[in-house]
Design a protein around this ligand. Structure first.
Ligand code: FAD
Length: 433
């Protein structure tokens, strides 16, 4: 009999909790990955960078495993169907994997667990992608925090060496199942094509992070870690990064805590997974939802340079600087009075680092409907944001070379007018309560 480790958003061999426990189980371990067609079939663009990133990370895993005379098994299909097949094909004693906090994943894991258990196979799951999960950081009265500052305080108070320790997986690498290389599908066999895009490097630039608090808000500087995609797919370990963050820069540690915070919110308030506002009264807002204006926003043609630069950065690279994510999101919602869910879905399509919890958290923050969100009457002024964060227009000019020519559109809406319009719409919705 063997044990199986099921990779999902934890694509690394080192410091991987579930894999560590599998390797110590006393059985030889076969690692597997399933390209989940429930997810893939929803992706319209077959040049999806995320699928390509996963494929790339799996090739790296395969390379390391083949040096250990082992191999990864890769499948494509509905996870439950794949598990039925695998459990017939192999003599399995135990299956190991890491927790995932999205509603779909929780339900999927429940079904897979039931299936495996019904066949006498144990199914073990572990915390790996966050420092704290579920009920590990709760308020004094035992309820989940919905405001970041007290959450982060308690997070820091609860932290000790134990939570930051790496799992020494490498000690047990000889417990992988000996295997010749199993079929490794090409990206085309998965149904996708290469985009030719470069992925951000995996390394943490420590000298940059030590200045993070001073440069993180300036979009013309590459002043942030650019590790989001690696955190998304677990090609880096959160424990290793949090350990370094503690020494290098408190402000950067805070960002990692935001990540934990939103994952915890998702776990405790799963209604946000169904397209609902965190604060339900915000679902009374009557949106304008003008499709032509939405298209202009998507294309970076609103006539507001900082907004357009951000959208063009996103469309071209799959990344957008955090400050500009806040500005573009706020603009769509508050200046154009378009439902934040439209913007959330657009970001979900385009962001290489797309993660439901962080993206939903960011959008609900901007729409003021989220936990610990900006108050609704606080409306970003794109002009003053530009003066503050891109005063020499360096970022803007990089993305909008035609800025000073007739080709660049006039502003889609006047700021003061838009501001009054949105305040009225929000007030009416909230008065209905
Ligand atoms: P750094 O500044 O170096 O931060 C380090 C890490 O901390 C990030 O890689 C990320 O994992 C985490 N982090 C930082 N800020 C946040 C935050 N506000 N919430 C949660 N985690 C955070 N982040 C995503 O990872 N995926 C998304 O889909 C996503 N969508 C967003 C949508 C909106 C509207 C907004 C305002 C923010 C969104 N963010 C999202 C958060 C943030 O913008 C990105 O994490 C960050 O820009 C990634 O760049 P970096 O890796 O250089 O971050």
């Amino acid at each position: 009999k063997i044990a199986i480790f099921w990779f999902r958003r934890d694509l690394r061999l080192n410091d991987n909790a579930g894999l560590y426990h599998a390797l110590r189980s006393g059985y030889k371990v076969l690692p597997i990955f399933i390209f989940d067609t429930n997810i893939l079939n929803k992706l319209e663009n077959k040049q999806d960078q995320r699928v390509e990133f996963i494929h790339h990370a799996l090739s790296e895993l395969q390379r390391s495993l083949s040096k250990l005379q082992s191999s990864i098994l890769i499948k494509k299909g509905e996870p439950i169907e794949i598990w039925k097949l695998i459990s017939e094909e192999y003599e399995i004693a135990e299956v190991y994997t890491n927790h995932d906090y999205e509603k779909y994943a929780i339900e999927r894991d429940k079904q897979v667990g039931e299936l495996l258990n019904s066949k006498g196979i144990a199914f073990y799951t572990f915390k790996d992608q966050t420092i704290f999960e579920k009920n590990e950081v709760l308020s004094g009265s035992g309820t989940p925090y919905t405001v970041f500052t007290p959450y982060s305080r308690k997070w820091k108070d609860t932290l000790n060496e134990f939570y930051l320790k790496s799992y020494p997986n490498e000690k047990y690498f000889n417990h992988f199942l000996g295997s010749e290389i199993l079929h490794f599908p090409t990206l085309e066999e998965i149904g996708f094509k290469e985009s030719g895009m470069n992925f951000p490097k995996k390394e943490l630039r420590e000298e940059l992070i030590s200045k993070y608090d001073q440069i993180r808000d300036i979009p013309s500087i590459a002043g942030t870690s650019r590790l989001s995609v690696h955190l998304r797919f677990g090609t880096v370990s959160i424990r290793e990064l949090a350990r370094k963050a503690k020494v290098l820069n408190e402000k950067w540690l805070n960002e990692l805590i935001w990540r934990d915070f939103y994952m915890n919110i998702l776990f405790h308030f799963p209604h946000i997974n169904d397209g609902q506002s965190f604060r339900k009264e915000y679902d009374n807002i009557v949106w304008r939802n003008n499709e032509a204006e939405f298209k202009k926003w998507c294309a970076g043609k609103t006539g507001y340079p900082i907004v357009d630069a951000g959208m063009r950065e996103l469309n071209t690279t799959g990344f957008m600087h955090n400050r500009v994510r806040m500005i573009t999101a706020s603009f769509l919602i508050k200046h154009l009075l378009i439902d934040w869910r439209w913007g959330e879905a657009y970001f979900a399509q385009k962001l290489l680092d797309f993660d439901f919890s962080a993206n939903n958290g960011g959008w609900q923050w901007a729409s003021s409907s989220g936990c610990d969100a900006a108050p609704y009457f606080r409306i970003f002024n794109p002009t003053s944001q530009t003066q503050k964060f891109d005063p020499e227009l360096k970022y803007i000019k990089k993305w909008i070379p035609e800025l000073n020519s007739f080709d660049y559109p006039r502003p889609i809406v006047e700021h003061t007018f838009a501001r009054e319009r949105v305040l009225k719409a929000y007030k009416e919705a909230l008065d209905k309560k």
